[in-house]
Design a protein around this ligand. Structure first.
Ligand SMILES: Nc1ncnc2c1ncn2[C@@H]1O[C@H](COP(=O)(O)OP(=O)(O)OP(=O)(O)O)[C@@H](O)[C@H]1O
Length: 307
């Protein structure tokens, strides 16, 4: 069964604030990274998908079912809110057991799932520790083990690596990557463009309650690369007069030229013209367009990216 999540023209409001403006967007199995400035509407979208916040208009389906009409959503969909607390008075195992009860799992299933998810998230050696003793990274792994208890096909994870040190964040990302590779649908919000670039199969950028862009990560960045003027380094014996005659801005750099290609001109066209005029081209290097640049163009904002 496909575990695709489909939002169809959803419009949630908080009082007179319209958090999302008739958004239609779908998330397929794999790693879906959702980016957007503070207040863009990411958390709101996840809360709707998890069947927690009913929209005022529009609808959502998870694997074809309406999460607001069908209680099986509790085990089909896992939701990790930003800054999820654990009960510090209880051990890790008791926290997981409590959540298993909330999900309605029977004792045998609960025990089996606790053992399995604790292993998956590498917290099996922490089961008897009081939750209050855990480091932030350990706590975050336990909360994700908790989200996995119902064996959900769809996971909404709201900024799960915020506040983790680089090592803890990396190991958590590796574990989440493995979950996506199993065929689950991970919807993952972050403000960290480095991890978005590392993890995403599909990128969605939300701005002011609308979808500014969505697509496979490489395709989105590639699309941007084809837009606007861009710089290309050419190692060539061509001279400035030639570039000027072609109407192309160029400045000398190292053993060649940095040329600014207009939007409507391809590198191949330029190379062809230069070769026709008898010049040699030793090397061509196009500027890489980064996700940071894409994000900046789509949202008009600079995002802080912490590695
Ligand atoms: N409980 C609430 N009551 C009133 N307005 C809210 C509430 N929750 C969110 N909003 C508003 O809805 C909009 C979307 O907020 P949301 O939390 O979904 O954004 P976000 O993209 O997750 O932001 P962040 O990156 O800061 O977590 C914002 O304008 C926010 O102020």
């Amino acid at each position: 069964m496909s575990s695709t999540v489909v939002f169809d023209s959803v419009r949630p409001t908080y009082g007179d604030v319209t958090a999302l403006d008739d958004i239609s967007v779908a998330f397929d199995p794999g790693f879906n990274v959702v980016l957007g400035p503070n207040g863009a509407g990411k958390t709101t979208l996840f809360r709707i998908g998890a069947g927690i916040l009913p929209p005022d208009a529009g609808g959502v389906t998870v694997a074809g079912i309406d999460p607001f009409a069908d209680q099986s959503v509790k085990t089909r969909v896992g939701y990790l809110p930003h800054g999820t607390p654990l009960n510090g008075q209880l051990t890790v195992s008791e926290n997981l057991d409590y959540w298993g009860r909330v999900l309605g799992l029977d004792t045998r299933t609960r025990d089996a799932r606790i053992e399995q998810t604790a292993k998956t998230m590498a917290v099996d050696d922490l089961l008897d520790r009081p939750a209050t003793d855990l480091s932030r990274g350990q706590r975050q792994r336990v909360t994700i083990a908790r989200v996995l208890l119902g064996d959900p096909a769809v996971l909404f994870l709201d900024e799960p690596t915020t506040g983790l040190d680089p090592g803890a964040a990396r190991s958590l990302r590796d574990q989440l990557d493995a979950l996506a590779a199993e065929g689950r649908t991970l919807c993952y919000s972050t403000h960290n463009l480095y991890e978005a670039e590392q993890l995403a199969d599909e990128l969605t950028v939300i701005k002011d309650g609308t979808v500014a862009a969505q697509g496979p990560k490489d395709e989105l960045i590639g699309r941007l690369r084809g837009e606007g003027a861009r710089e290309v380094y050419l190692e060539s014996d061509a001279d400035n007069g030639t570039f000027a005659a072609l109407g192309i801005e160029a400045r000398e750099s190292r053993d060649g030229w940095v040329v600014t290609l207009p939007e409507d001109q391809s590198v191949n066209d330029l190379i062809t013209v230069l070769i026709e005029r008898g010049f040699t081209i030793e090397r061509v290097q196009e500027e890489e367009t980064s996700l940071e640049e894409l994000y900046g163009r789509l949202t008009g904002e600079e995002e802080v990216s912490s590695r």
